[in-house]
Each structure stands twice: as C-alpha cells, then as structure tokens.
Design a protein around this ligand. Structure first.
Ligand SMILES: [Zn+2]
Length: 450
C-alpha cells in the first residue's frame, strides 16, 4: 500500500482529494484488497461444510416424514444435528418474515441475550432504512462444531443472507456470516452473531453501524444517523452521477448504486477500513454488486459529484468482479474508463490532469506503453495523477478512433472477461494492438501539445 509523502499531503486540497480518491481505487485494484479478491459466495463454504458432522450427509429434509424428533439423552449426534437444524431453520424463517414485515420483535426473537439482540436490532434498522428487499436468511452451512454448554448443545452455523435494495423484484445477492446457536428449555437461541469477515470483505456498514438512508430512483445514500442531513444532501448529487454512469453499464444494470457516507470512525471499519488520507473507494460487496464509500471530511458537493461519477464508473464497468489484482496490464483501462465516465460531456479541454500528463511524456517517463502505465506505490503525486490522465487520453482515443461502442466492447473483454488486449484488439477493433497503441500515443501527444 502506498503511503502519502509530506509533499503529497501539502498538495492543494481539491486536487489532493481527487488524487487520493483515485489512488485508493487504484490500491484496491492492484494490491488485492481482500474484498475484491475473495467475494462472498452463493454457494456453501466448503470448509464449513466439511466441518459438519458426517451425519449431515443425511439432512433433515431427507427424513421420511414429519419434523425430526427432539433428542433424548443418549441419542446419536445425527439426531441432535437434525433437531438443531430444524429449530434453527424455523427461527431463520421467523426472522426473515420479521424483516420483510417490518416486525422488529420477530426479527430479534431468537436472540439469547441483550448483546445479540442489539446486534440484530442494528441490522434490522439499517437494512430496513436502506429498503432491503428479496430478504431471506438460510443455513449456508452447518450446524457444525457441536459443544456442550451447561448440558445443552451449542452449534456454529454459517448463515446466508440473500438481499437486494430498493426494488421489489430482484436477483438477490447472498452474503454469509457466522452465528452460534444454543439449545435451551425454551428452544434454540442465537448466542453470537459475527460480522462478515475480512476474507469476505466485511464488515459491511449495515452490520456495524446504525444507518439512516435516502433512496432515490438510481442511488441509495446511507450514513450513520448523525449524518442524516448529509445523506439527504448527497442524494441528488448521487442521482446526477448515476445518470452519467448508467450510460456505460456493462452487464446487468445495478438496481441502485449503493453509496455509504463515512465519518472518521466508520472510515476505519467499513469493509475493513481504508487509508486515512483517502476520500472514497469502490469495493465488491457481493458477487454481483460493488458498493461505494465516501469519506465525508474534506468533500465539497461539487467535488463529491466528480468522485461519484468516477466510482460509479467502476461499478458500471466492473460490478462485483475481481479487479484483476494479479495483473497490472489493464490498469490503464480500468482507471481510464472511470476517468472517461467522470469526464463525460465535460470536454477534454478542461481535463484536470493535463499538466501532469504532459510532464510525464516530456520527461520521457512514459513512451506509450500502456501496459506499464500503472504507477509505483511510492510514485510522487504528480506521476500518479499523470498515470490516470494518460489512461484517460488513451481511453478517449479509442472512443474517438473506433467509436464508443467498440471501446465498451474492449472494456468488457479486458476487464470483465479477463482476456488479453493483444488477443482481442484484432477481433474488436479490427486492428492489431501495437498499431492501436502507437496511434493512440500520437493522439495523446497531439492533445497535450507535446
Ligand atoms: Zn478509480
């Protein structure tokens, strides 16, 4: 991860903010933030499944008739397992209905104590505020790791939470988190609920913060309650940015762009936290959805709109996908297309990375090889700025020379299908890549007057 040098910190605020927001995106893209590499899964976690007792091969549903019997002393583990599974599934059904109906009492009913109740309460309020839909809790794997606590069985269970936001009908994404359930005289109760792990890009904001949210036609802006006014103020900004990003969506159109507004405390914990100096990032929240976090400090409204267009540009072109963290070769296009979307309709003449881009060519640190454009982690501020800029010019060149449709085909092939530009250039642009690359370097130099 790059750290800012004092010189970068001394840069003018607006410019620094823009740079660092992009640097963070770049860090996420290149350093392999766990979030973007290890996505949540719709499938049972293999390790957890393997940890289930052997008897789990015969699930309760395979029993001939009726619910599994309540275990008696001396019953085999398979009986205890089936009973626990059935009880927990029943509780999850109650919780699911509670969330859907807006019935807090039903949702927190399985909580064993005040602490778990508070955890469930927070999730209920946050998800309801964000207009969660398609909500469904299910056993993703387990029960496993049976223990005895004061004579009662206790099991670990990995829960799958299908959900989407703001739309009545959707293709829900599933995230997973861990819980512990213990039997009691009154039946099974949840004794522990964990937030999503770092491996799954957790914790998600709604797990660890009580959120308020405003829902627009294209964006959801969620924030801690203390920033409720900010969330309202940001919605029209997000809606405007979304209208731009929507023009570039590859694949399924996002139901809504999810934008979380973080104060200093939230910035440190949501999705595992981000750099102290950054202002925003986009990260994979599920297999099919990427969410945006903005840091409220130092963000003016006009600046926020630029940052949001860039970040939503990532969502539109990459939603839920790996950012190909293991290869730097596509970096120029990953960021170039986000810059291109950010600068939609504003015109190249006003582009704010012109000076640094010109300098990088003049000082001959860039000779047109886009695959090597990615800046070093410790590169000075202006060189990082220039790398984004030169990505933008190259991307704009492809649009100018071949048309935007072909540009988007190229983005799709490289960033979403993971194919190499040397392979797909002939097919999608009709010209070998070295020719395109050379032609676009000439284009860039012309635009920059070098
Ligand atoms: Zn970016």
């Amino acid at each position: 991860m790059p750290a800012l040098t004092p010189a970068e910190l001394a840069a003018p605020p607006r410019r620094r903010g823009l740079i660092v927001s992009l640097v963070v995106a770049f860090v996420a893209l290149l350093c392999g933030v766990p979030a973007v590499v290890v996505l949540t899964s719709d499938e049972p976690a293999p390790s957890a499944t393997a940890a289930a007792p052997a008897t789990s091969a015969t699930p309760a549903s395979a029993a001939p008739t009726g619910p599994p019997p309540s275990p008696k002393p001396g019953d085999p583990e398979s009986v205890r397992f089936s009973w626990a599974l059935d009880q927990i599934r029943t509780s999850l059904a109650t919780m699911t209905k509670g969330m859907r109906d807006g019935n807090l009492g039903a949702f927190v009913k399985p909580a064993a104590d005040k602490k778990v109740r508070a955890e469930l309460d927070r999730r209920f309020r946050s998800l309801r505020a964000m207009k969660v839909s398609g909500f469904d809790l299910s056993v993703n794997s387990g029960p496993f790791n049976e223990k005895k606590v004061r004579g009662f069985s206790e099991w670990s269970v990995r829960i799958g939470m299908a959900h989407c936001f703001a739309v009545a009908t959707c293709a829900p994404s599933t995230v997973v988190f861990d819980t512990v359930w213990r039997d009691s005289a009154a039946g099974y109760r949840m004794t522990k609920i964990s937030a999503m792990t770092a491996d799954d890009n957790g914790p998600q904001p709604w797990e660890v913060s009580t959120l308020t949210a405003v829902v627009g036609s294209r964006a959801v802006v969620a924030a801690p309650k203390s920033y409720a006014a900010k969330a309202r103020a940001y919605l029209p900004i997000a809606e405007r940015a979304a209208r731009t990003a929507d023009k570039y969506v590859l694949g399924a159109k996002p139901d809504r762009y999810i934008v979380y507004l973080a104060g200093p405390a939230e910035w440190k914990k949501w999705f595992g936290g981000s750099e102290e100096w950054a202002v925003g990032f986009t990260t994979a929240a599920t297999r099919t959805r990427s969410d945006i976090v903005l840091r409220l400090e130092d963000l003016t409204n006009s600046y926020a709109e630029s940052v949001l267009k860039h970040e939503m540009g990532h969502v539109a072109t990459l939603a839920g996908r790996e950012y190909h963290a293991d290869t730097d070769a596509d970096w120029w296009l990953t960021e170039g297309i986000a810059e291109y979307i950010e600068w939609d309709k504003r015109g190249m003449a006003n582009y704010d990375r012109k000076q640094s881009s010109r300098r990088l060519i003049r000082e001959r640190k860039f000779k047109g090889n886009l695959e090597k454009l990615v800046p070093d982690d410790d590169a000075p501020d202006w060189q990082i700025d220039a790398a984004y800029g030169l990505g933008y010019y190259a991307t704009s060149c492809i649009a100018a020379q071949f048309g935007q449709k072909k540009l988007m085909n190229l983005v799709d092939q490289l960033l979403r299908e993971g194919r190499a530009v040397s392979v797909v250039s002939d097919q999608y642009l009709g010209v070998p890549w070295p020719t395109v690359s050379k032609r676009c370097f000439t284009y860039t130099k012309q635009k920059l007057g070098v």
